[in-house]
Design a protein. Sequence first.
Length: 223
Amino acid sequence: MTKAEIFKTGLWGNNVGLVQLLGLCPLLAVTSSTINGLGMGIATTVTLLISSFLVSITRNLVPNDVRIPVFVLIIASTVTVVELLMNAYFHDLYLILGIFIPLIVTNCAIIGRAESFASRNNTLDSVMDALAMGLGFSLVLVALGAMREVLGFGTLLRQADLMFGALGANMQITLIENYREFLLAILPPGAFIGLGLLIALKNMLDNKQAEKIKTLEVQAAST
């Protein structure tokens, strides 16, 4: 598989949130706003990158009998570093994301990529795969967070200062003035509905692309 194929697969074709349906706990729980989704996405992507890199460079040193415990140890150590950094530099956002930062250790997407890809491929391909998977997951987090924020609060980039500090104080975009909050979008049922809509949109786009390719193949065969 070429690096372009690896990137395309992780970003779209085998997207963690929309296709594999892994990591749904943080995906559904923290995406009440765009910034929350972005913060969780960055934390997950950094964890994926570091853990996949470490698993790849040690894959020939770890006996098969203990590879899963070693992978979990690597991921847990990485998450601890990410958690400490977020607590130090993004403390308010860290408090909002709460328990879901340390729970990255149990994210099936991360241990799954360590086992199925990083432990079987070279370092560069493993890092590329981790980056694509992390970006794909982050895009779903941000898209779902933006959707729920618009419907729930009528804004975009609400509380951007949690991530961007003073620079983010003026980043909030108010789409609807004097908007009355739509509670369903903010609550957990809104997350399930929003994710379902995103999955449906992806499937629709994939089906249209497949039909287009099929039509082109038929036209090419008839000429």
